[in-house]
Design a protein around this ligand. Structure first.
Ligand SMILES: [Mn+2]
Length: 330
């Protein structure tokens, strides 16, 4: 599951005096906690480092750490001999406002577990079979003989737990992952405390919003597909940053006959645009990543997304028709 880390990458980390660590915009748990774990590693190695991200840090599982992350790169970190470290993403567009400076760095390390890893960076450790980026950072600790501090262990555990749906999305080849988890627990992580921290920070509004999304759900194709949508007034009713989508997918996919879920979300980036949240179940053959490419999106087999311009009625019809055709043979 985990190949060797390239020697050149290790040497670049050892050689550098200072480093900028950057994860993708709109960070999730894996992105933010791999950034923090990398920060501890560099500090232990005696490097000057700065952690940057475009944010926002609204998800409850990362909100406490917003002040550790800078929104810009200080001038003293802009020399070409600064090491750039990109985490949990592999393309320049994912680090929007930092990409211009990153492109001037002589060495850029990319540590990621997404399948679409591009040609970005000259030093890559991209492992699509890894359930989380934090596990790859753990491998770096071990390879470089850096002590896994209790904080580092916690960060590594949290990134893995959030990306794996708390140990859910793991297959029969996961033994190496559980070896790592065992080591993290030996280094002070308490799984129940972490479960409580990551999963039980929701607001009452989130649960009310979840109820509304469930209430709006319609099913198609004998219940194989469940569909819901956001309304413009939702942010007034349930709060600006209230997000219930992850929990919504989980609930819908717990229905015996439901194989796929489509959630239509109002785009925050573009006007008159809608984002598709696409999920499919463990036992389904439906490849949501492939379906998303029909609309210029992408992702994994079980989780994908796309953005479409147009009105809700028109987009909904187009997507549902396309889904019918796409799944004719599944
Ligand atoms: Mn990730």
């Amino acid at each position: 599951m985990f190949p060797e880390i390239p020697e050149a990458l290790i040497n670049a980390v050892l050689r550098c005096k200072r480093a900028v660590v950057c994860g993708h915009h709109n960070p999730d748990g894996d992105c933010l906690y791999s950034t923090l774990a990398m920060g501890v590693l560099l500090e232990k190695l005696g490097k000057d480092c700065v952690l940057v991200n475009d944010g926002p840090f609204t998800a409850p599982e990362i909100a406490d750490y917003a002040e550790r992350i800078s929104s810009s790169i200080p001038r003293s970190f802009t020399e070409p001999d600064t090491l750039g470290i990109m985490l949990d993403c592999s393309t320049w567009d994912r680090i929007e406002s930092f990409k211009d400076i990153f492109r001037t760095f002589r060495d850029v390390v990319v540590i990621d577990h997404h399948a679409n890893g591009g040609k970005t960076g000259n030093l890559q450790y991209v492992v699509p079979s890894s359930p989380a980026t934090t596990l790859l950072v753990y491998k770096l600790y071990r390879r470089m003989n850096v002590d896994v501090t209790p904080d580092a262990a916690k960060y590594i555990f949290r990134g893995f737990a959030t990306d794996s749906g708390f140990f859910s999305f793991l297959y029969a080849d996961s033994a190496p992952v559980f070896d790592i988890v065992s080591d993290l627990v030996k280094h002070g992580v308490e799984p129940y405390a972490e479960y409580n921290y990551l999963m039980c920070g929701k607001t009452y509004e989130t649960i009310r919003y979840l109820a509304a999304l469930i209430e709006r759900t319609e099913t198609y194709y004998n219940g194989r597909l469940a569909v819901s949508f956001e309304k413009p007034e939702d942010s007034n009713l349930f709060g600006q940053n209230t997000r219930a989508s992850d929990e919504y997918y989980r609930q819908m996919l717990s229905i015996r006959e439901t194989e796929a879920v489509i959630l239509f979300k109002i785009s925050k980036k573009r006007e008159h645009a809608w984002e598709l949240g696409l999920r499919s179940s463990y036992s389904s053959n439906i490849d949501m990543g492939a379906f998303a490419t029909e609309f210029g999106g992408g992702g994994h087999k079980k989780a994908a997304g796309a953005t479409l311009d147009g009105s809700y009625t028109e987009i909904r019809k187009k997507v549902l028709d396309a889904f019918g055709k796409f799944t004719e043979t599944c």
